[in-house]
Write a protein that binds this ligand. Structure first.
Ligand SMILES: Cc1cc2nc3c(=O)[nH]c(=O)nc-3n(C[C@H](O)[C@H](O)[C@H](O)COP(=O)(O)O)c2cc1C
Length: 326
């Protein structure tokens, strides 16, 4: 090997750089929005040992004359984090560089998205930091004018400090994963620090809070009604304080059936009390009982969420006459 070796990134938005590239024989006119092509490109680049799949991004349709836009495949593309998260599952080693603008986003959002992409991809996320040069982007974010150039760069420097500060705000061993964390759940429900309360005394007066109110009121009412100590309340609220079905597969199916038959609901968003056992129990025991009663499907009806929920596609309010054939 040479003393110094190259780094190679693939600038993949637009997927090909010439405005008329989609007209080239064998080109894919829809490549910007065709995941199977994008996946193949990423896999080919990984086989060639590229450092990174680099996903540029623009927060508005490119500011070209309309006639040129209509003839271009570069108008817009997938949102980078969504695409790169999908590519993370289709690749193993190649870096995944997303563009994020310091002008129109919030540092907390950006820090979180990159941290998520980095964990999802096993440490392969990278950030193309931009301040967004296209003035049309401002209109998409409720502004009438683009943020002034030097102000964008001043904000970018501070933004970078905040994002990297947020990443550093968790030590590597920050997640204690304390199995005795019932009091933490109680603090969340009550909107105040319950660890200061005497666990064996009745619940003290809880000051008003601007956090969620209904769960807090339910918890306080439960403690007062049943004369619970703080510890007992924490044990009761360790999970979810709302509607809970407890029993055998048959009695749980009975309750679900009753809600459905009485038109109390269309279905349920199931919260499993613990994992993986709670999920496995539900899938292995309750689902077959619901299927046996004909209350739940054995096969998906379609391939989209809308088809499986039995919903019609709403008309496009701007182009009702141009609906794609179904
Ligand atoms: C490699 C490279 C990638 C870039 N990617 C983007 C991008 O994804 N989105 C964007 O709005 N600007 C992108 N830019 C533009 C820069 O953010 C910047 O606006 C441009 O370099 C002009 O700089 P100036 O504002 O100081 O004149 C990119 C520039 C370079 C060199």
């Amino acid at each position: 090997m040479a003393a110094r070796t190259l780094r190679l990134g693939a600038f993949m938005r637009p997927v090909s750089i010439h405005t008329g590239a989609w007209r080239y024989p064998g080109a894919y006119p829809d490549a910007n929005f065709n995941f199977s092509h994008l996946k193949r490109f990423a896999q080919r680049l990984e086989q060639a040992r590229f450092d990174a799949f680099f996903m540029a991004d623009h927060l508005a349709v490119l500011n070209m004359p309309l006639n040129a836009l209509m003839r271009s495949h570069t108008v817009t593309s997938f949102e980078p984090f969504t695409l790169l998260s999908a590519l993370a599952g289709a690749t193993e080693r190649i870096g995944l560089v997303a563009t994020a603008s310091t002008t129109f986003d919030q540092p907390c959002h950006v820090a979180r998205r990159f941290a998520s992409l980095d964990h999802l991809s096993g440490g392969r996320a990278g950030w193309n930091i931009v301040t967004t040069s296209n003035p049309d982007a401002a209109l998409n974010f409720g502004l009438t004018e683009h943020v002034e150039h030097d102000e964008r760069y001043r904000r970018a420097r501070e933004f970078y400090d905040v994002v990297t500060g947020l990443w550093d705000s968790f030590a590597d061993d920050a997640f204690v994963r304390d199995v005795e964390a019932g009091i933490s759940s109680l603090s969340v429900v009550l909107g105040c620090d319950a660890s200061r309360f005497d666990p064996d005394a009745p619940l003290p007066e809880i000051p008003p809070t601007n956090a969620g109110q209904s769960g807090r009121e339910r918890a306080i009412e439960l403690a007062r009604r049943e004369g619970l100590t703080v510890r007992q309340l924490a044990q009761r609220l360790g999970g979810f304080g709302g509607l809970a079905f407890v029993g055998t597969p048959r009695t749980i199916a009975d309750q679900m059936e009753e809600w459905l038959v009485q038109n109390g609901c269309d279905g349920f968003n199931i919260m499993f009390p613990y994992l993986p056992g709670g999920l496995d129990d539900f899938v292995d025991r309750v689902v077959p009982e619901l299927q046996r009663r004909g209350l739940f499907r054995r096969e998906y009806e379609g391939s989209t969420l809308r088809e499986n929920l039995g919903l019609a596609r709403p008309a496009n309010r701007f182009f009702p006459e141009r609906a794609a054939p179904r």
